[in-house]
Design a protein around this ligand. Structure first.
Ligand SMILES: [Zn+2]
Length: 362
């Protein structure tokens, strides 16, 4: 079952990609299709009848107040146009991600005309720590997929929604704080479970949705415990360094480009730290790690890449460190990220603070 994810301009590709990374950690019947791979760049412009013409001012999508709002019809029309333009089959889903608020202030909604469209709001998750917006968004996407089979129209939808919170996926939460409750329980009440049994014939879809709900739950619990344990997640590094996973976060894969990954693994090997200008003396080791990650790359290319990276004054290494830091902040939020990224002061050793007892090589 293919699910096309449309990003809108205000989200930006970096956030879009990091959401996709998270969605793709669980494989199965539900396949999330990245539109960039097909060369489709859907940019939702002209959404904003509320945007002042000629105004360069960008909206602050991180604060939940004063978000410009769009009608449901406008949002679903974007999905419909996309379907038509790219000849998307009726049995495939189209999900529009947008930072805009919507007329009824829902976090997400299915197209109740029966088409397999939905929108999910990706902004205003400020009550969740930075980088965490992906978890409630993943939850919204997958539970809406399931809900599509459970309710075919508005009446049926009203039937399955619980106005009182009972910790079920079909709780109707009025605010984003309330939603944390169902994210943590990751539960489905017995009435809804029966309905799923009766209405969803492909049990693989159900299993996969539940796996996503568990992933979100694990993350939420880890985070709430972290506030008092201050205990970071273990890292599991496997396949010769190709794969880095957060063990205590449901084995979430941590993605970095090969060069940045090589830099990270190098510093992981040097708990004592290394002064950035001294990296030129460590080229052999860096080359070895980088070559390991790219077994098919020719040696000369590897040599050049590493030379450019460590050459003092070129900024290569600084840029790499910035990207690594940003990736960790995106993945686990700023406070937990501090344990993993490489930091230091000018002319002093740069290092990764993480106690290496949390690192496991496989
Ligand atoms: Zn229920």
């Amino acid at each position: 079952m293919r699910v096309h994810l449309l990003y809108s301009e205000e989200i930006g590709l970096e956030r879009y990609d990091s959401l996709l990374d998270l969605l793709q950690t669980i494989k199965g019947t539900i396949q999330f299709v990245k539109q960039r791979d097909q060369g489709v760049q859907l940019r939702v412009t002209g959404l904003g009848f509320m945007e002042r013409k000629g105004s360069e001012k960008r909206h602050d999508f991180h604060s939940s107040t004063d978000l410009p709002s769009v009608s449901w019809e406008t949002l679903f029309n974007v999905c419909r146009t996309f379907r038509q333009q790219y000849d998307i089959g009726d049995n495939e889903f189209v999900v529009l991600l947008t930072d805009y608020a919507n007329e009824l202030n829902w976090f997400s909604a299915p197209d109740l005309s029966g088409a397999r469209n939905m929108f999910v709001q990706t902004s205003g998750w400020g009550v969740f720590a930075h980088g965490e917006w992906r978890y409630p968004v993943v939850y919204q996407i997958v539970t809406n997929l399931l809900r599509h089979f459970m309710a075919r129209n508005l009446e049926e939808m009203e039937d399955i929604i619980h106005l009182e919170s009972i910790g079920c996926m079909n709780d109707f939460n009025r605010d984003k704080r309330g939603i944390q409750y169902k994210l943590r329980t990751a539960d489905i009440c017995s009435a809804c479970a029966q309905r799923i049994k009766d209405h969803v014939s492909d049990k693989n879809i159900v299993r996969q949705v539940i796996a996503y709900m568990d992933l979100v739950r694990t993350h939420m619990l880890f985070r709430s415990r972290f506030t008092f344990t201050k205990q970071p997640s273990s890292l599991c590094i496997s396949r010769n360094g190709q794969e880095i996973k957060f063990t205590d976060l449901g084995d979430t894969l941590f993605e970095l480009s090969p060069l940045n990954k090589a830099v990270f693994l190098f510093f992981l090997n040097h708990p004592e730290g290394v002064v950035l200008n001294d990296l030129v003396d460590h080229q052999v080791e860096l080359r070895g790690i980088y070559q390991n990650l790219n077994p098919n790359k020719d040696q000369e290319a590897v040599r050049t890449t590493i030379e450019n990276l460590v050459q003092p004054g070129t900024g290569g290494i600084t840029e790499s460190l910035t990207r690594i830091k940003r990736a960790f902040v995106q993945a686990v939020g700023a406070d937990i990220a501090e344990y993993y990224y490489i930091s230091g002061r000018r002319n002093e050793p740069y290092r990764i603070g993480l106690d290496r007892v949390w690192v496991h090589w496989e």
